[in-house]
Design a protein around this ligand. Structure first.
Ligand code: F6R
Length: 243
């Protein structure tokens, strides 16, 4: 695991965007694994800037998102589908037919999760996966549990995740209680992983994830077993580690 220390959120975002851009230059038809949430927004902004400056071409890039709320339709402004359109896809020349996200409007979890695993298999796997880190150590929506989930599945969100995501919704009752997410096994199959972490609120869980025991109680800790993980974190998030 390589740990890359940045001074702040902006530098974390620029660094992550540089690595994503290098991936696209090296393999123009690469498969990017994408995340939503607050953490990657600056990275996506930087990628859009590079595209607008004529330095990046997404025309052959394919993408697969980690997760989606169960029960939200794509036009819901809190769906991850909507998030991706707003923060990246509609600003660059990615082909919408090459972007994949679990479909939260599908009511049958088993059918939707197997469909998504088949999509990922057909893409031939993820070349570069971006991850954020949940306050409880989740990656994707793999919440602390007794075992690591292997494949895409439907998950009950924990109270702490519902509270963390409350800020995006009008009322707490509006926050979906379930999500479809790639499993930890799915995530671990990515060839390369970038874990982005910012802010002092994540310092304790980042220490547990990268230096604590590997346990499904801290799902991100499994990344210690992946052969190619780069953590890009700002000083505030690294405050409890001497990286
Ligand atoms: C989002 C996702 C989540 C977030 C995590 C951190 O697609 O899979 O695991 O990365 O909840 O969220 P933020 O970045 O909002 O702190």
């Amino acid at each position: 695991m390589k740990i890359y220390r940045t001074t702040d959120y902006q530098e974390m975002s620029r660094t992550a965007a540089m690595i994503l851009a290098a991936q696209i230059h090296l393999k123009p038809d690469c498969v990017l694994g994408l995340a939503t949430g607050s953490t990657p927004i600056g990275t996506y902004e930087e990628l859009v800037r590079q595209y607008q400056a004529g330095h990046l071409d997404f025309s052959q890039v394919k993408s697969a998102n980690l997760d989606e709320y169960r029960g939200l339709t794509r036009d819901n402004d809190q769906s991850y589908y909507y998030f991706m359109q707003e923060n990246l896809f509609r600003h660059v020349n990615i082909d919408p037919a090459n972007t994949f996200i679990p479909d939260g409007s599908q009511p049958d979890p088993d059918a939707e999760c197997s469909r998504y695993e088949a999509v990922l298999a057909q893409l031939g796997g993820v070349d570069l996966q971006i991850l954020g880190l949940g306050h409880n150590g989740h990656i994707g929506f793999n919440e602390p549990a007794d075992a690591f989930a292997k494949a895409t599945h439907c998950v009950d969100l924990t109270r702490s995740t519902i509270e963390a995501n409350r800020r995006f919704f009008e009322k707490e009752e509006d926050v979906p209680r379930q999500a479809y997410t790639m499993g930890v096994g799915t995530i671990m199959r990515a060839k390369k992983i970038l874990l982005l972490v910012s802010g002092e609120g994540k310092a304790a869980i980042l220490r547990e994830a990268v230096a604590g025991p590997v346990t499904p109680r801290v799902p991100a800790s499994i990344l210690q077993f992946h052969p190619d993980v780069t953590v890009i974190a700002d000083e505030a998030a690294l405050a409890q580690l001497d990286a």
